[in-house]
Write a protein that binds this ligand. Structure first.
Ligand SMILES: C=C(O[C@@H]1C=C(C(=O)O)C=C[C@H]1O)C(=O)O
Length: 361
């Protein structure tokens, strides 16, 4: 048999498999439509998206996966399949901190796939407002970066919003120096979001020490400005560079190669337990000696693992703080419920911001 014959044979088998895969994904789509019918009959109008079920589907397949495709690739493929199945049930509107080309948009796609209507919104406040009003089904906002810490504005929005966290997304953030100039030598000004400038501070100090650093509202806006000026560059994503037809002058200039940002998906109701969940809460206690220790004691008493603690001025009195806490487990788990009840008794402010599936990396 010639090489050509061998190739044809293998491609025939691929064609036969594709026929099967096509039939199977459509069969899956029809089943999703059946699920929608059952949900509608059960009187569930508003919302067909089930993050806890999607997480279970992904975790099960990751457990079964024997390669050669990586778990990450399998997750991405099935995320898109579920996105398409959900679109057959209900077209979702997702608001994200825009403009287009931001990392938040990439996070929204990682969570919901491409078969949703993605709406860039001008500010974190607007994302909260649009979800509260029901114009958007869900919203996606950044909450913390592994190099630069929390996004204060997102935490502050939770202090005044009834919304719940329905999921979290982690994204490796790679920053590039992008410009319409062909070389970094002529760059006199660098635009970026404050987090972008901060995450590349050492690189800028060493490589562009005299360039002016200009803070703008997003990395995508930075790319837009760099596209309209000579001797200017932006620190932005590859997607933003593509959108404004810019050269990638230097790739991966973030100071910390593990640079990761965590985003939150916000909605009106957080999902039921999956067996591997996180709970976020905000608590406060009128200042007293040992106040914080007493507030946290129930977590230790009930053997609950705390994964994050941030303090923000509560805006209700001078030097009063609101503590944002993430812990492992779901608010409906017995152990967590016991700890939360005990904390509630100690606190002057206590609100569960949501329980949601732990991120599938
Ligand atoms: C099919 C369902 O609805 C949606 C689609 C899913 C899927 O394609 O597997 C999973 C959860 C829901 O977001 C379901 O609830 O089972």
């Amino acid at each position: 048999m010639t090489d050509q014959d061998k190739l044809r044979q293998v491609r025939d088998r691929i064609d036969a498999l594709d026929t099967d895969i096509l039939r199977l994904v459509n069969e899956r789509g029809r089943l999703a439509q059946d699920v929608a019918r059952i949900k509608r009959e059960a009187g569930e109008q508003a919302d067909f998206y089930r993050p806890e079920r999607e997480q279970q589907v992904l975790r099960r397949l990751q457990g079964l996966n024997q390669g050669p495709l990586s778990d990450e690739t399998v997750t991405r493929l099935f995320r898109e399949i579920m996105s398409a199945c959900l679109a057959l049930q209900q077209p979702l509107r997702i608001g994200f901190l825009g403009p287009e080309g931001t990392f938040t948009q990439a996070a929204a796609i990682k969570q919901f796939g491409h078969e949703v209507q993605l709406q860039p919104l001008a500010s974190i406040d607007t994302v909260f407002k649009e979800v509260e009003s029901g114009d958007m089904h869900y919203g996606v906002v950044p909450v913390e970066n592994s190099t630069e810490g929390v996004v204060n504005h997102t935490l502050d929005c939770f202090l005044n919003s009834p919304l719940q966290i329905v999921g979290e997304v982690e994204l490796r953030i790679q920053h590039h120096l992008v410009s319409r100039e062909p070389s970094a030598k002529t760059i006199k000004r660098v635009y970026s979001h404050p987090q972008g400038l901060a995450q590349c501070r050492t690189w800028l100090d060493v490589n562009l020490p005299t360039a002016e650093r200009v803070t703008v509202s997003s990395t995508a806006e930075a790319a837009r400005l760099a596209a309209s000026e000579t001797s200017a560059a932006a620190i932005a994503s590859e997607a933003a560079a593509e959108m404004y037809d810019l050269h990638l002058l230097v790739e991966g200039i973030e100071d910390n190669s593990g640079n990761t940002t965590r985003f939150l998906v916000i909605g009106r109701q957080s999902p039921p337990p999956t067996g591997d969940d996180k709970t976020s809460l905000v608590v406060s206690r009128i200042d007293q000696p040992g106040g914080l220790v007493r507030l946290l004691q129930p977590l230790s008493d009930h053997g609950i693992n705390m994964t994050r603690l941030d303090a923000r001025p509560s805006k209700q009195g001078v030097w009063e703080y609101a503590f944002f806490i993430d812990l492992l487990g779901h608010a409906d788990d017995d152990r967590v419920r016991g700890a939360l009840d005990a904390m509630r008794e100690q606190a002057s402010l206590f609100r569960v911001l949501g329980s949601y599936p732990r991120v599938a990396r």
